[in-house]
Design a protein around this ligand. Sequence first.
Ligand SMILES: Nc1ncnc2c1ncn2[C@@H]1O[C@H](COP(=O)(O)OP(=O)(O)OP(=O)(O)O)[C@@H](O)[C@H]1O
Ligand SMILES: [Mg+2]
Length: 231
Amino acid sequence: MLEIENLDVYYGASQALKSVSSKAEPGKITAVLGRNGVGKTTLMQSIAGHVSPTSGAITWQGKNITTQPAHTRARSGIAYVPQGRQIFPLLTVQENLETGYACVPRGHRTIDPEIFDLFPILHDMRKRRGGDLSGGQQQQLAIARALITRPELLILDEPTEGIQPSIIKDIQSVIAMLRDRGDMAIVLVEQFFDFARELADYYTVLDRGEVVLAGEADQVDIEEVRGHMMV
Ligand SMILES: Nc1ncnc2c1ncn2[C@@H]1O[C@H](COP(=O)(O)OP(=O)(O)OP(=O)(O)O)[C@@H](O)[C@H]1O
Ligand SMILES: [Mg+2]
């Protein structure tokens, strides 16, 4: 279980997050929504340990991790798929996956065959360079690389950004499958409302660094959520 309480984050003098709270639970998807520049990525980077909040608390599996470095969080089961994918274009697909080993104990450095079951295209293309893959395939690679660590919390920052619709469907079913296994908490940042709506169990909607709406999927007013995402 992940709990975020009253997080404040500043970039210099400008406040990017204002007392933001949220949560994520195993077997559930928390959708973090909102327009451009409202602080979604800042929140994800705070969870992953790439940005330091000035106040507030992040608790993961009962432990306060607010000041823990990113690599310690990665070892404690938190995996982060950054916005824009950030795969290594000159490394092969196989090598990109192996970069995920850095935070896996030595005896466990194997690629779980399940990863290729989830993304068969990556098996077919494992000797190709990451940069030769389509945007959608690169996104699949970025998710697969995160799964190498067998995470218990998976953070996905806009996995549909700039991706062709056929692959969006594939990614959606993989995310649903991971959720339905029941042992992984998922935080999904989205600007594509329909995609988020089909997956969300819990909503956190941000506007200008603040939570403007939050609640279980069956309790929030879905039109109000949509309204906060329209430009
Ligand atoms: N490294 C940084 N230094 C200074 N300001 C930043 C930095 N990163 C983000 N910001 C600012 O903080 C605010 C929130 O940015 P953030 O990237 O978290 O938003 P976002 O909701 O993820 O946006 P998008 O939908 O475009 O991905 C924006 O005003 C942005 O310009
Ligand atoms: Mg962002």
